[in-house]
Design a protein around this ligand. Structure first.
Ligand code: PLP
Length: 480
């Protein structure tokens, strides 16, 4: 550990020490039972005070991650790592989606301001950047005046499109500004992409479990959903995709290319390449959902599937909702082949996206502030993930299987089949907790015994108590 390890501005030093130890535990540098450096040694090597290290150790001990042995020092505790959820047993048939009413009911409850929002995947809530964005917006207003409030171009603010196109250079992916269309969040990008390549009655292959917003779009557009199971560790398998397209007339696929929601798994770049090749050989467009791509916990970010496209049949959809400000509703789609048609659909749907918000995000992203922010956000989310997993494992034991997300902001919990997540949802609501019931994530009533929980929240006593209440509810239902 070197002094340069602690370099996250706006994060308390003791929190940075906690983050460092958590990361070293996850990457295997620190092992269960290992003795931690003494307060004095760590304070010297990190150039922080002894009370700072002490505060970090006390907090880690309170969370059960380390244990003090009298006269010996601090040791990493044994983690009772729970099993991962199981891969769903499919094959499935293409089906009409009917999830809108359920989604509406759940949405009403999970967005009540007094509820602890465990049901909302809003990673930036773990580290808000309201002040930075407000400052940027005020500066823009004072320089641009009324112009900032005018309609902008249909395809979006050109400097932002150029900036986004430039960002794909990292993956040796030569996107042009004209290949980028700014949308109202990733949700509109997915909507446009689906309308561009499919029509009512067509079969759309989706992951199972699948982000419910995609199911709602398929329902709205009168398309049919075909579930392809994902493995909690590696995501989609090429065999399952091949079998789905061999058995059914799949018109297009919507898959998350990097971090999946709700499972948190990630495809390897090799798997992505194989899937893109397979689909393009069969002339099937792939709409890739990349909203969580920048929130990875692994060593490096996975490439967008677009990188492996030879025929231009991949449309990448993403947004700033998970990495800056969901309320700004700024997303984009990236496509070589379909940009003109997508721009037409965008114009018909919403004319253009907020000019002001695009300029603000452009100013934020082009400085180093955004990259620095992402480093901090990933670190906090990773710490939160470990804490939440530990807390749930300690209280729920082996009555639950918990996912081990490779990034993003959510855990997927699988209980015994006799537990109904609708009951957990209802009882949790009565205690001012919002959670997402598993049935939201499938068109076929799968996952009734699953729950999605978000760790994209500030870690505090309220959250810890809320998790305790949640665990009590689950244990009580388990006994009945
Ligand atoms: C996997 C996934 N895709 C798309 C979206 C929609 O993103 P946006 O808020 O940018 O519309 C979400 C939002 O939760 C999501 O989780």
């Amino acid at each position: 550990m070197t002094p340069s390890s602690l370099k996250q501005p706006n994060t308390y030093l003791y929190q940075q020490v906690i983050n460092l130890i958590t990361e070293m535990r996850i990457n295997g540098t620190l092992q269960t039972g290992q003795k931690l450096p003494s307060l004095r040694n760590l304070s010297t090597s990190l150039s922080v005070s002894i009370p700072t290290v002490k505060q970090a150790y006390i907090e880690l001990e309170r969370q059960g991650l380390i244990r003090a042995k009298p006269k010996s020092g601090y040791f990493l505790t044994q983690q009772n790592k729970s099993e991962q959820p199981k891969k769903a047993r499919l094959p499935a048939k293409p089906m009409v989606v009917s999830r809108q009413q359920l989604i509406e009911d759940v949405f009403k409850s999970i967005h009540q301001p007094h509820n602890l929002a465990l049901g909302v995947a809003n990673p930036v809530a773990a580290l808000p950047i309201t002040k930075t964005l407000n400052r940027t917006m005020r500066r823009i207003m004072s320089v641009m005046g009324d112009k900032a409030l005018h309609y902008g171009p249909v395809a979006g603010y050109e400097p932002l499109r150029r900036q986004l196109a430039f960002s794909y250079m990292e993956y040796a992916l030569p996107m042009a500004p004209d290949d980028i269309i700014i949308t109202n969040g990733a949700q509109e990008a997915l909507n446009i992409a689906l309308q561009c390549v499919a029509k009512a009655g067509d079969v759309i292959a989706v992951e199972s479990p699948c982000y419910f917003g995609i199911l709602e779009l398929i329902e709205n557009l009168g398309m049919l959903a075909l579930e392809v199971p994902i493995c909690p560790e590696d995501g989609l398998s090429i065999q399952d995709v091949a079998s789905a397209i061999a058995k059914h007339p799949v018109k297009a696929c919507v898959f998350s290319s990097t971090i999946a929601n709700p499972m948190g798994c990630e495809l390897t770049d090799d798997a992505k390449q194989q899937i893109v090749q397979l689909l393009e050989n069969n002339d099937i467009p792939l709409i890739e959902d990349d909203v969580y791509g920048d929130l990875y916990f692994t060593e490096k970010r996975g490439s967008p599937a677009q990188k492996y496209s030879k025929k231009g049949l991949v449309i990448t959809c993403s947004s700033f909702s998970k990495t800056a400000a969901p309320a700004y509703r700024i997303g984009w789609l990236a496509t070589h082949k379909f940009s003109q048609k997508c721009a037409q659909i965008k114009r018909a749907l919403s004319c253009s996206s907020s000019h002001m918000n695009q300029i603000t995000l452009f100013e934020f992203v082009r400085t180093c502030d955004y990259d620095r922010y992402l480093v901090q956000l990933r670190s906090i989310l990773l710490t939160n993930k470990v804490r939440m997993c530990n807390k749930l494992q300690q209280s729920l034991g082996d009555s639950v299987r918990i996912s081990d997300p490779k990034g993003g902001a959510v855990l997927w919990l699988e209980f015994n089949k006799n537990i109904n997540s609708a009951d957990i949802f209802q009882l949790a609501l009565e205690q001012n907790l919002s959670v997402s019931p598993g049935t939201l994530f499938s068109p076929s009533n799968r996952y009734q015994h699953c729950i999605r929980l978000s760790y994209g929240l500030p870690w505090n006593t309220q959250l810890e108590e809320g998790l305790g209440v949640f665990a009590d509810i689950c244990l009580t239902l388990q006994k009945n």
